[in-house]
Design a protein around this ligand. Sequence first.
Ligand code: NAD
Ligand code: TYD
Length: 355
Amino acid sequence: MSILVTGGAGFIGSNFILDWLGQSAEPVINLDALTYAGNLENLARLEGDPRHRFVRGDIGDADLLARLLREHRPRAILHFAAESHVDRSIHGPEAFIQTNCVGAFRLLQAALAYWEGLAGAERAAFRFLHVSTDEVYGSLAPDAPPFREGDRYAPNSPYSASKAASDHLVRAYHHTYGLPTLTTNCSNNYGPFQFPEKLIPLVLHNALSGLPLPIYGDGLQVRDWLYVADHCTALRRVLEAGRTGEVYNIGGGHEMANLDLVHALCEVLDARRPRADGRSYREQIAFVADRPGHDRRYAIDAARIRQELGWRPAESFRSGLEKTVAWYLAHADWSAHVTSGAYRAWVGLHYGEAA
Ligand code: NAD
Ligand code: TYD
């Protein structure tokens, strides 16, 4: 038996594969195009491990997908591959449509053809797990209850719209063709191997480099943070025991305004790696122009996955943050590698002089 993971060289995908192979003998076929966000260094620990088979390729490549499925006969597909950064989707939405919509469609087509060719126990056991985001639900008012499965979709960015499209396709492939799908909508993740275009690793990188810590608008936008290892545990549970055709919201239950989050990060850094001049990293905070269409608040109601599947996050926000800072401090080489070249071009394009 094996599983096929797409996007396994990215942030969450690589954490998932490391976690999976840390507790299972079952091999992983990892299909990843290695875009700017994919990095095989994340999986260096698995070098020479026959349970990890890396294939560089695009989820939009129908022939490659058919061949991989035929050769490896996985019992499940876990679909992580995506363009994942809202700001990039504002500057260049096309790649998001290509990978998140067209790519997801090709993968579903290939999965369907493969599944239809299975028989008996193999067919009954097969699962297609689609990893999605809470951003498909849009923006919450300050006093509105957190997102529940079944809430109206109201995506506001090209990123969330492209993910919403893929969620709808997954739903349709279950409803129309019976493909045994599972969909998860998760809140903001943080932890090791997150590319420093996202808020937490960007702030850590800039703080340590003596650069401004850019806060969009008033910094009072709220996100619900989940430590990445807890997302991985949730995905394992959904794969194991989720009801096919169902959607599971996953979240840490920890809402926080961006400004408070950055203050908390500065506090941890001040304690662990004090600035040479003895002042706080908070002094580097710089308010910059807001993101167009910026969603004000996301929050997840995780009652379904908690009650049906018994999942709960193991980390508190604070313990997850301490682990994350410790990891970035201990892996300065990883950050240095991923912030060369293309990264600097992105920072120049998006932040101009600000960062
Ligand atoms: P990421 O950007 O770090 O990684 C994406 C990976 O997909 C990269 O390795 C990249 O090379 C690969 N990829 C991109 N286009 C591809 C293509 N056409 N074919 C094959 N591989 C391709 O993203 P992430 O943060 O790890 O997110 C993984 C998934 O989880 C995404 O689907 C995202 O929408 C979802 N998600 C992310 C978060 C979060 O906070 N990061 C929260 C909820 C859901
Ligand atoms: P991000 O990590 O890009 O995740 P998402 O947009 O998917 O929630 O951003 C998290 C929050 O932080 C979001 O409200 C935008 C904000 N933000 C900043 O204020 N400054 C920054 O430089 C970045 C990258 C994000």
